[in-house]
Design a protein around this ligand. Structure first.
Ligand SMILES: [Zn+2]
Length: 412
């Protein structure tokens, strides 16, 4: 009896001993590593992680892997910093009313939509703030596996766009319409107070019989109030008049290109970049929408090319591109089409990598600890099955997604 107790105690102690000495330790060995979009890769490199951070990184010959920690052999694989998607929505029916969902249900929905595609940080730019807060608290507590989520909560619109009305009703979600500048200012303050990391305006709302544009004075009040609290403002736009409102009100991030309007002239693009605006291209969205409305293949190709030209004009003028797909509104989770169109817009794989890592980290104030691979940075990493230098489709071939030194997705 006494012996059994002693053995049991020993086992418990042994468990805690291993648990403590190697808690959250992980090593990636023998990978091609892109430390950042601008440095040459390490051809045979290793990374050690400890307590959610990168402990060391360098050529495999120089990195000594301690015994007993989890080692992933990365021969033939490629490692980059964890990806950001700067235009998503935590609005899928499978993520709403999260208080009633099990950790497994939320983890599997987040995996299918985000972590399976390498995203370790996302910016949700319209959802239900209380629900998104609940999901991210469950992730941060370790109960749910998911990315870091930044959110704007409920967007500010003069009228709810026609294409979201029935969705909101069917899912018992209500998002108020903005009635006055006084009320808008109050709501901006409130949302930031209860956890919003940014604010989103609908500079345009698509209605049954045309496109409504938000009055400039209203946009200005909302943007100014968000900036007073140091928060970025995103603008949904459906046409170039919406972009005009975004420029004049001081919006930080344009949430879409506008392929249904005229091409962006050099002077128009110049005004966007002079205003230090960033852009999430959301090119896949236009394909999804066109197919929904049964457009012909020729019309789809034409529309996609127009969107790609707008991205190209913005990119070549030095505008900051943030990878973003509108996933959660669209249900095409696969990112390969977006990378194909970003390449067609003339973006190099290094600049696409920047749009996934260093650009958003810089834009949203995370660059001291996120966006590249270096000692002391967050252990947020993506392991790819192929090299993006060969083809940008490699950015959608994910073997592992690692967040805070923990594997949150592993390809089966
Ligand atoms: Zn969106």
């Amino acid at each position: 009896m006494r012996l059994r107790l002693a053995v049991h105690l020993l086992l418990v102690l042994a468990f805690f001993a291993t648990d403590q000495s190697h808690a959250s330790e992980l090593a990636l060995v023998g990978a091609k590593i892109y430390l950042s979009p601008t440095e040459p890769p390490i051809e045979d490199g290793s990374i050690l992680m400890h307590s959610g951070h990168i402990l060391s990184v360098g050529p495999s010959a120089e990195i000594k892997v301690p015994r007993g920690i989890t080692v992933i052999d990365c021969a033939g694989l490629v490692v980059t910093a964890g990806f950001w998607n700067s235009h998503v929505h935590i609005l899928l029916p499978g993520l709403l009313h999260a208080g009633k969902l099990s950790p497994e249900q939320i983890s599997s929905q987040l995996q299918e939509m985000l972590t399976r595609w390498g995203f370790t940080t996302v910016f949700d730019i319209a959802s239900v703030l209380q629900n998104t807060n609940l999901i991210r608290h469950r992730i941060e507590r370790g109960e749910v596996k998911g990315p870091r989520i930044l959110t704007v909560g409920e967007p500010f619109w003069v009228k709810a766009p026609i294409y979201v009305k029935s969705f909101l009703e069917a899912n018992r979600v209500s998002i108020p319409e903005v009635k006055s500048t006084v009320e808008a200012r109050e709501r901006v303050r409130h949302q930031i107070h209860v956890g919003a990391d940014g604010i989103k305006i609908f500079a345009n709302s698509v209605e049954r019989n045309g496109i409504l544009t938000m009055p400039l004075d209203l946009a200005k009040v909302i943007v100014a109030e968000a900036h007073r609290a140091g928060k970025p403002v995103f603008a949904h736009v459906s046409n170039n008049q919406g972009i005009e409102v975004a420029i004049q009100s001081g919006v930080d991030i344009l949430a879409h290109t506008t392929p249904m309007d005229t091409p962006w002239s050099p002077s128009f693009v110049q005004r966007m970049t002079a205003a230090h605006m960033a852009l999430t291209p959301t090119l896949t969205l236009w394909d999804v929408e066109a197919r929904k409305s049964h457009a012909s293949p020729e019309n789809i190709e034409q529309g996609m090319s127009k969107a790609a030209w707008q991205l190209q004009a913005f990119y070549q003028a030095g505008g900051q591109v943030l990878f973003g797909t509108d996933v959660g509104y669209i249900e095409q989770f696969d990112t390969s089409e977006e990378f194909k169109w970003m390449s067609r817009a003339g973006m190099s794989f290094q600049d696409i990598l920047a749009s996934l890592t260093t650009n958003p980290a810089q834009r949203f104030g995370y660059s001291t600890h996120s966006g590249l691979i270096a000692k002391g940075m967050d252990a947020d990493l993506v392991v790819l099955r192929a090299d993006p230098a060969q083809s940008t489709s490699a950015f959608s071939k994910i073997r592992y997604t690692i967040r805070n030194g923990e594997i949150i997705y592993a390809e089966k």
